[in-house]
Design a protein around this ligand. Structure first.
Ligand SMILES: NC(=O)c1ccc[n+]([C@@H]2O[C@H](COP(=O)([O-])OP(=O)(O)OC[C@H]3O[C@@H](n4cnc5c(N)ncnc54)[C@H](OP(=O)(O)O)[C@@H]3O)[C@@H](O)[C@H]2O)c1
Length: 248
């Protein structure tokens, strides 16, 4: 894919996991990529260097999206870097903690909603002046939004909110030529899904999937890059499952 030449993309949470793979995929397709991270400055800078060494264009921006003004800070940095249109936003940064209903703390519940729901909402709000005809916004949902998996009720609710937001954003922004979709991974081999690296976690995961292996971040990144591209120009308001046939 090389159809993202002359496009500019922001990927939040690009220091690790799915976000990092997405930043690489978008850069490989020709996009200039703004790599957002929270703490992992070394990893983010290494990714920027790698993309530049491959002939691509990349910059890094940092902000804690658990903070009420986190999205506003990212948007302010992006406005300094982008002259013209922001073509792609991948609001990928996310947090997940498993807890039984009885054990869920209010603090962790609020942190998950802040990073997973509030931050994408206000990123879209703050970046609206930069989006235009042909822009594509991709939010990260999850298998957990449509099926009960593990002890994830609070996390799952944040992703259910994303599936709802996508429909409203798509309806409201469609008249401006802006598409909005979500990608919903199943279990993917990242720090967030470390449990799948144990024998028990692996068996649990394979037991709910049609395809019998653990998914890789690149396999989500390729779908995000497709949704971000003009090849998906007639797709909006949708959540695309990327889970190897999970919970069919
Ligand atoms: N992995 C899966 O199985 C899976 C399944 C379904 C959905 N998802 C979703 O996919 C997305 C990416 O997940 P992942 O597995 O790649 O996660 P990950 O490997 O744990 O990486 C999380 C990323 O989010 C950033 N982040 C976390 N808290 C943040 C905060 N307060 N402010 C700003 N950035 C923050 C991290 O930045 P630092 O490195 O700087 O901390 C990191 O770049 C998430 O939205 C997740 O819910 C994942």
């Amino acid at each position: 894919m090389s159809d993202l030449i002359s496009r500019t993309a922001l990927v939040t949470g690009a220091s690790r996991g799915i976000g990092r793979a997405t930043a690489r995929a978008l850069a490989a397709a020709g996009a200039r990529v703004i790599v957002h991270y929270r703490n992992a400055a070394e990893e983010a800078e290494a990714l920027v260097k790698e993309i530049r060494a491959d002939g691509g264009r990349a910059d890094a921006v940092a902000a804690d999206l658990a903070a009420p003004d986190g999205a506003h800070k990212v948007a302010a940095e992006v406005r300094k870097l982008v002259v013209g249109q922001l073509d792609i936003l991948v609001a990928n940064a996310g947090v997940a903690t498993a807890a039984a209903i009885e054990d869920q703390s209010v603090e962790e519940f609020d942190r998950m909603f802040a990073v997973n729901v509030r931050a994408p909402f206000f990123l879209v709000q703050q970046l609206l002046p930069l989006f235009g005809e042909g822009s594509s916004i991709v939010l990260l949902s999850s298998l957990a939004a449509r099926a009960s998996v593990g002890l994830l009720p609070a996390y799952a609710a944040t992703k259910g909110a994303i599936d709802t937001l996508v429909k409203h954003f798509a309806a409201l922004l469609g008249p401006r030529g802006i598409r909005v979709n979500a990608v919903a991974p199943g279990v993917i081999d990242t720090d967030m899904s470390k449990f799948a690296r144990t024998d028990e976690g692996r068996q649990f995961t394979l037991g709910m999937q049609a395809l019998q292996r653990i998914g890789h971040p690149d396999e989500v990144a390729d779908v995000i890059a497709f949704v971000a591209s003009d090849a998906a120009r007639w797709v909006t308001g949708d959540t695309i499952q990327v889970g190897g046939g999970s919970k069919l």
